[in-house]
Design a binder for this molecule. Structure first.
Ligand SMILES: [Zn+2]
Ligand SMILES: [Zn+2]
Length: 455
């Protein structure tokens, strides 16, 4: 279709916001049957998005200024619950710790679950934005930390609220059940598990599909990214306490030095990936922290190591975890040291994310029609983790897509030879550009959900 079919009033409104180009693009939404007023579904969604956008931007900035750490998302959850209640959802709070579940039934049809996460990170913000977070709090170990939405979960919540508003406003254009969940504690890999263990799929309508979006810190706004099938890795955290026998630094022969032993373990662990895992299977064993000792001339009793372990196949995961234990124990034995403790925190395990191929294809085809094929980009599998995967492991097709968030000029500058790399997710300098990102996020998520619901 062309811009000529748009009612004049609307064209004016859109021109004010600079949206004429996008609206004039041919799209599937435009080709779908128009309702009695002559508007297409996409046109109606776009109208809603424009109407809600200023308020959503305000909501985004409020959420950004007031972040809360994992399992402390009390005010954030209350705000999310409030938004859904106002829209007529039946809302349950404190579900799986601080989780929120909203259900809206609208006739016979598929059940679609839309998930946002709500937690922020222990990062002191350095973006310099007017609405930057100045929040400081204590983490679970009692240490004072800065708090920042450095993973964009504030944007996820904003798009989730915007999508709920859009779908409620367009209630006569779809049939089915919406399950909107505000998930706590994504960053520590426990929130999805807590909600599922609390009976998410039993106490509420079991979804036919689960869908979520995540900010992308490397792509320009106005674009989305996707990975069909295996998208993200298995993530495990391992804690090793290497034990020795402390003493004076000048008499090492009277001690069992856990620092030398820990160094040996760190080096030997490298062979797990390079010698024990097939080169065709991605795997990572990173020792991210090593702590031991207090002074130059004291050999300590113990050294603590913290590891992150990544894989994409469950068999590789099993071998890596068993290998870490074997190497730590074997090295200790060689050194004549006491047996080390090797702890795998199963509660923080994040399984690999597998985007259902049929659901991915169906949604990506729609995105290409709405945004234009050049704005929908395939991304390779990454070794990062996302506990959204758990909703899929519980037997429901899931799809998580990436939402570009960066100013296009910055992306272009970074791509130049010698260009300054863009801050990554979790960086104290990462920030999305609110106005366009909110619009693309609400637009794509609303259309994706409508594409799955009954007509
Ligand atoms: Zn994150
Ligand atoms: Zn995240």
């Amino acid at each position: 279709m062309s811009a000529l079919r748009i009612p004049t009033g609307r064209l004016l409104v859109l021109a004010v916001f600079g949206w004429v180009v996008l609206t004039a693009m041919p799209s599937a939404g435009d080709e779908k049957p128009a309702d009695s007023t002559g508007k297409t579904l996409l046109a109606e969604v776009d109208e809603r998005v424009e109407k809600e956008a200023p308020d959503l931007e305000k909501l985004y900035k409020q959420l950004h200024t007031n972040p809360e750490l994992s399992l402390q998302e009390v005010r954030t959850a209350a705000r999310m619950a409030d938004e859904l209640t106002k829209l007529g959802f039946e809302v349950t709070t404190k579900f799986g710790a601080t989780g929120v579940v909203g259900v809206l039934k609208n006739g016979k049809g598929p059940t679609v679950l839309v998930r946002t996460d709500m937690d922020a990170l222990p990062v002191t913000e350095r973006t310099g934005l007017a609405y930057a977070s100045k929040v400081r709090t204590r983490n679970k170990d009692g240490i004072e930390v800065g708090v920042m939405h450095a993973c964009g979960h504030d944007m996820h919540m904003t798009c989730w609220v915007g999508t709920a508003r859009t779908l409620v406003a367009l209630k006569d254009r779809w049939k089915g059940t919406l399950v909107f969940i505000g998930q706590p504690a994504e960053e520590i890999g426990t929130g999805a598990r807590l909600m599922l263990e609390a009976g998410l799929y039993k106490k509420f309508p079991k979804p036919d599909y689960c869908i979520a979006l995540h900010c992308d810190a490397q792509r320009e706004h106005g674009t989305v990214g996707f990975t069909e099938g295996l998208a993200m890795a298995n993530v495990d955290s391992v804690d090793i306490t290497v034990k020795g026998k402390g003493g004076h630094g000048a008499t090492p022969h009277l001690t069992v030095d856990p620092i030398v032993l820990a160094a040996r373990i760190v080096i030997d662990l490298q062979t797990l990936v390079s010698r024990e895992t097939s080169p065709l299977d991605p795997a990572v064993v990173t020792v991210g922290s090593i702590h031991g000792g207090t002074k130059h001339n004291i050999i300590p009793d113990e050294v603590k190591l913290q590891l992150t372990v990544r894989s994409t196949k469950d068999k590789v995961r099993k071998n890596l975890l068993a290998g870490i234990k074997r190497i730590a124990e074997g090295c200790a034995k060689t050194a004549g040291a006491p047996e080390p403790t090797v702890k795998v925190d199963e509660s923080e395990f994040t399984p690999a994310l597998y985007n259902d191929p049929a659901l991915t294809k169906k949604t990506v085809a729609l995105f290409k029609e709405i945004l234009g094929a050049d704005r929908v980009k395939e991304r390779p599998t990454i070794m990062g983790g996302e506990d959204f995967s758990r909703y899929g492991r519980a037997g429901v097709p899931v799809f998580l897509f990436w939402l570009g968030t960066i100013d296009p000029q910055r992306v272009a500058d970074a791509a130049k030879d010698g260009g300054k790399p863009l801050p990554s997710m979790h960086s104290d300098q990462y920030y999305p550009v609110p106005a366009p990102v909110v619009r693309t996020g609400v637009r794509t998520m609303s259309m994706a959900v409508l594409n799955l619901l009954g007509k």
